[in-house]
Design a protein around this ligand. Sequence first.
Ligand code: GLN
Length: 287
Amino acid sequence: MTETLVQAWKSSRAKLEAAGVDQPVIDARLMLEAAAGVSRMDILTDPQRALTDEQQATLDSYLDRRAKREPISHILGRKGFWKIMITVTPQVLTPRADTETVVETVLSQFPEAMKFTMLDLGVGSGAILLAILAERPAAKGLGVDISEEALAVARENAANLDLAGRVSLLRGDWTAGLHDAQFDLVTANPPYIPSQDIETLDPEVRDHEPRLALDGGPDGLDAYRILAPEILRVLKPGGLFVVEIGFDQSLAVEALFKAAGAHDVKTKKDLSDRHRVVTGFKNPLET
Ligand code: GLN
């Protein structure tokens, strides 16, 4: 016997709640929508519609996976970020709402019609790069990642969003392969979690997301020690950088960028009022 849409929603919620999932109401709805091929509106306007056997089996398998704390982004294969939908695999960090602070900061500095070049270091799924390019039609971007699998995901996302013509992707160790190229904007969301904190993260993150995208070394700042001087090197004079940080890393990351010669270094908060982004400029007179 299969359930109706409304029954399925309720029982899914109860199963996820019992499993200790963080947002059981939303996750239950998203999995039901995907398994039954319905919209939120269908659930509300046609609640007595019965699932087919196949839809029920799909929903049950999604629920089993989610109850074992597999991230919903891995089950559905996608995640909404800013105004775009991003394909997600276990090889890339799932885009977080916190990271939208990076996008917001950039968009506030670059008017819509402006022509500019951007570099995203550790491009992963492409979320930051593509969310910005989607809203800045005269801009072009390069995404660098050390992971070939991540670049494949970013390439697929660029194509799905019709942005492939303005996106280049390069395999590389941060800026190592860039020679003397310079950009108007550099963004990055590097790994910044202290190694010993990884075991304390939620199982969704700890057991399912790529360590390469999370582990920032003993104090979480390994990537920034490399990136601060290198970002200043690959910025054009007067160029802007916007990078994501851990909520308690503002002072340390600001200091690294100031030591590298950055100007007007500031920290911005995310929607939860936590320090999340460090931003600043390269001196316009420097080369
Ligand atoms: N904010 C992410 C998390 O808490 C970490 C992202 C990162 O290390 N860049 O899982």
